[in-house]
Design a protein around this ligand. Structure first.
Ligand code: BGC
Length: 722
């Protein structure tokens, strides 16, 4: 009897138990099986609801099925403070501070993919702790003009450098079960008229310069989401663009993730349905702009879409495709049962921010060995400049972070020297004061400089409008607030002058011959001041390299040489084609102020001779390049060994140098290391618009290895045979 009862209970319980776990919730099932199972349980209304925002930074899940809401956050330098449900204004939480990491130009300047992994992992942990689904970053729009207000958020002018640096960032973030959202796809290379400008660019420049970092993020980084840009391409807004989204991103690259609109980047329901957009955000967000309190229902992908479906005007094929992608996002993030828990404001994150900041700082010039500062030789330091005391993780637009604290440069310097020597501070200028106030600040600063053993000028730009700031571009290539005159005057009264420049863009330096040492310090985030002090006093040997060229004057930049910026508000034509950044300087033999890849160290490096393992290869073969590098100075240091390729016999014009490899090596004094590179099809090919493919043409190639794009130390040639 007992046996029968047990058997009966088992027979009843088993199916019940089995029913408890629907397929879509069963993590042991393949992703696509779970997606299809969830999809078939959804109503059309639930599906449409998933396509658009329900608040400033969130979209609904499906509560009935236990599918959580989707929460987005900026990105890319720190986890943005919470904003009100319906507004950009901060919500006033007291527990939403974060670690502000250095801006992405600084990360790019490390030329170290390990730093990128550390960055992604750390910021991903903070995003996860704050329970975010998607981190809106990193940004990889190519640096086309120094006037772009958003350059500080991106990874420089070279597609290869940006590609190598974006991949580990994405992987590091996503290890945490948080999606990276690579932005702004594509051709968002200026802020001025960003909503209305249609970019005209030839296919070679598109494929060789503007797309590679996105492609690498998708194919190698396996990014789970991507953000459409504000601008237009081929007459369609990038957020719903047949060419960029359907043809290239999904068709050519096989992207299976979610396309998120930029906030307010959606403009048309029909295009949004057919041209590849999945999630619409920020179309209007104060509940008022469309004159009703249910503004989210009026989004392009909300009621207007539902009405079209209900009236039979459009089918549900696209809807199901969009929802599949959104479900994939849920399973990869909030519904991943193995998702880690994250952490925030941890000692490890502060340490990561400091290390990245230190490695990214670029020593541009160091005449007469002014740096590092020897504390035994100075008694009095004058620190001058507003940026010595300005917190820079604030402002600048959507990338602003509410860092729990920020060590500003003056604080970092004072902390380092402690009471060993006297440190005087003078602002020298004020970004907010009147002309007369500025005149007296100028006078006071010059006076202070006169009486000091060494002057540390800490200036540059800030995150105010028309500086390094989203939404607008710079109005001048010169530094603001009459800093050029101030620096020149300081150099007259004290030749021991170090310029520490805090900004994310290139600028004119009419004073560069009068200032022996120039340090490009970027925006260093929470630990900025400590990183700067470590470099100035030699605690850290600088090893950063420029991720973009510094032209002497703005007309030396290609876009400006062609008068091809900013366009007329409706169109901008990238007339320089593939000759962006150093590719243009090399072609035109223009000497930059500081070249792409430039950066000095407190030690010196000797380059030996390149050897190649073959002299002739087939187009599908690899070639191995070896070069010995020696630390010939007397202190430990890291060098970024850079490899450029030149195609010497080509049917189409090609740049004289294209970066195709780099390695950062750390060497003790006297130590030699052999650095190897493997060069193959990807490094040798160019994009042919006619054949719509990448080809390696037979002929002679040159490999150039050096310490900067304008400082090649050894080269060798080889042939590619048919
Ligand atoms: C920016 C994006 C940002 C979004 C949300 C937009 O204005 O272009 O980069 O992620 O706002 O803040």
């Amino acid at each position: 009897m007992k046996k029968v009862l047990f058997g009966f209970a088992f027979a009843v319980a088993l199916p019940l138990f089995a029913q408890q776990k629907p397929v879509y919730l069963d993590a042991s099932k393949p992703l696509e099986v779970r997606v299809e199972d969830a999809l078939k349980r959804l109503t059309v209304e639930e599906k449409v609801a998933m396509l658009h925002a329900q608040s400033k930074f969130s979209s609904p899940g499906v509560p009935r099925l236990g599918i959580p809401e989707f929460w987005m956050t900026d990105g890319p330098h720190g986890i943005r403070p919470e904003v009100l449900w319906d507004e950009w204004n901060q919500a006033g939480w007291t527990n939403d501070s974060c670690v502000a990491f250095p801006a992405l130009t600084c990360l790019a300047a490390t030329w170290n993919p390990e730093m990128s992994m550390l960055y992604g992992k750390s910021i991903g942990e903070e995003a996860r702790y704050r329970n975010k689904t998607v981190l809106l970053g990193p940004g990889v729009n190519i640096y086309r003009t120094p006037l772009n207000g958003r350059n500080f958020e991106y990874m420089g002018e070279d597609p290869y450098l940006a590609s190598r640096m974006v991949v580990p960032y994405v992987q590091g973030v996503q290890q945490n079960g948080v999606a990276a959202c690579v932005k702004h796809y594509a051709l968002n290379n200026q802020e001025i008229n960003r909503h209305t400008t249609n970019v005209i660019v030839d296919d070679r420049a598109l494929y060789e310069i503007y797309l590679p970092a996105f492609k690498a993020a998708v194919q190698e980084g396996k990014a789970w989401s991507i953000m459409g840009a504000y601008n237009l391409y081929k007459g369609q807004h990038a957020c719903h663009n047949q060419y960029l989204l359907n043809d290239i991103l999904r068709g050519e690259w096989g992207f299976d993730g979610v396309v998120v609109s930029d906030w307010g980047g959606t403009h048309d329901t029909d295009q949004a349905i057919t041209n590849g957009l999945d999630m619409e955000f920020g179309s209007w967000t104060d509940g008022l702009a469309n004159g009703s309190s249910n503004a989210y229902d009026n989004y392009y992908l909300a009621m207007p879409y539902l009405e079209r479906i209900k009236s039979g005007k459009v089918g549900t094929k696209e809807l199901d495709e969009k929802v599949r992608r959104i479900l994939r996002l849920a399973f990869r993030t909030t519904m991943d049962v193995n998702r880690p828990f994250g952490s925030i404001l941890s000692p490890e994150h502060y340490e990561a921010a400091r290390r990245i900041g230190e490695e990214g700082i670029v020593l541009l010039q160091n005449k007469g060995g002014v740096l590092p500062i020897d504390l035994n030789k100075v008694k009095k330091i004058a620190v001058i400049g507003e940026n010595a005391v300005k917190m820079m993780s604030r402002d600048g637009g959507s990338s602003e972070a509410k860092s729990k604290y920020e060590v500003v440069p003056l604080e970092g310097i004072r902390k380092y020297v402690a009471d060993r020597i006297e440190v005087d501070y003078q602002p020298g200028y004020s970004s907010t004061a009147s002309k007369s106030v500025n005149d007296s600040l100028h006078t006071e600063a010059v006076k202070a400089a006169k009486g000091a053993d060494i002057v540390l000028y800490i200036g540059g730009m800030n995150k105010n409008l028309h500086m390094d700031c989203e939404g607008v571009d710079r109005e001048s290539y010169n530094l603001p607030y009459e800093q050029d005159a101030l620096i020149a005057d300081l150099s007259v009264v004290n030749p021991s002058l170090v310029a520490v420049m805090v900004c994310g863009n290139a600028y004119a330096m009419p004073w560069h011959k009068k200032v022996p040492a120039i340090v490009q310090a970027w925006y260093g985030g929470t630990e900025a001041g400590n990183a700067i002090a470590d470099v100035l006093f030699g605690e850290v040997n600088p090893s950063g390299k420029l991720p973009f060229s510094f032209p002497v004057k703005i007309e030396d930049n290609a876009a400006h040489a062609f008068n091809a910026y900013p366009g007329d508000g409706e169109t901008v034509e990238y007339k320089e084609g593939i000759f962006v950044g150093y590719r243009w300087f090399e072609k035109e033999k223009i000497k930059p102020l500081f070249a792409f890849g430039h950066g000095l160290s407190y030690t010196s490096f000797d380059y030996g001779k390149i050897t190649l393992d073959k002299k002739t290869i087939k187009s599908t073969d690899n070639i191995t390049v070896t070069i010995p590098i020696t630390n010939s100075g007397n202190r430990e240091g890291a060098e970024v060994v850079q490899l450029y390729i030149m195609d010497m016999e080509s049917s189409l014009p090609r740049p004289l140098k294209e970066l195709k490899g780099f390695k950062k090596v750390n060497l003790a004094p006297g130590e030699t290391v052999k650095v190897n590179f493997t060069i193959g099809k990807e490094a040798l090919s160019f994009y042919t618009p006619e054949r719509h493919e990448w080809v390696v043409e037979p002929g002679k190639f040159q490999i150039l290895v050096g310490t900067a794009s304008d400082d090649i130390r050894s080269s060798a040639t080889f042939r590619v045979e048919r």
